[in-house]
Ligand binder design. Sequence first.
Ligand code: AG3
Length: 272
Amino acid sequence: MHFIEWYPRGYGVAFKIKEKLFETQSKYQRIEIYETEGFGKLLVLEGTVQLVEQGEESYHEPLVHPALLAHPNPRRVLIIGGGDGGTLREVLKHKTVEKAVMVEIDEMVVETSKIYLGIDRGAFEDPRAEVIIGDGMEYVKNTKEKLDVIIVDSTDPVGPAKQLFSEEFYRTAYNVLNDDGILITQAGSVYLFTNELLDAHKAMNSVFDKVYYFSFPVIGYASPWSFLVGVKGNIDFTKIDLKRAEGLELIYYDPERHETLFQMPKYVRDLL
Ligand code: AG3
């Protein structure tokens, strides 16, 4: 048995499967959990791979640590999406973080992840963590809190996640950031979602003071995977605080080689 995620142009990412552990239709999407032959459990939402247990850090580390180490003092962090808890887990590794709010639209993703994955490794129980089931767009529109870092750990820009790639969302997010703030979002496959990436980049460019692009090879996705960073204020995202990186226990993102994040295919650099 195997599971295949089909990307555009007939490009597929496949896993050999031992068994299907769970399947349900939530209010928002089809949720599936598989036991793979070689990568532990696999979480699939609406037919798209969200993570494999053995390798998920290759997504969660670059999504979280570059932004938290580039920010001078990240104390309040908002995660939009991220129902499996992997992003929350990485955020809470930072001692500067006093509060991390995770706003996930689909309660079933949180519950299913708790039962079958446990990749939060206790993060949901951390006193600094708050989990809200709700719409991320509505949350940023209504919150009175000022934030240092916003992390968008969403599904692809279709369905409920589409609005999280819009100029309206970026503008609202910009307004809830402190004078120095960072928003980072996953932005799809470099080669296969190039148009979506360019659209998001354009929308961010019209809102943020500075926008950075980087990519990372993520296990389980059509890699390299792209990430977009919007900066409010004076933060230089090409520089990080190496001192604070000590003790983070990383596997994939290498703070001492932060500059290697920024390499990209020539055609992407020409388009951005
Ligand atoms: N967030 C989903 C990233 C997008 C994956 N897209 C795809 N496979 N087509 C990951 C959730 C992990 N916290």
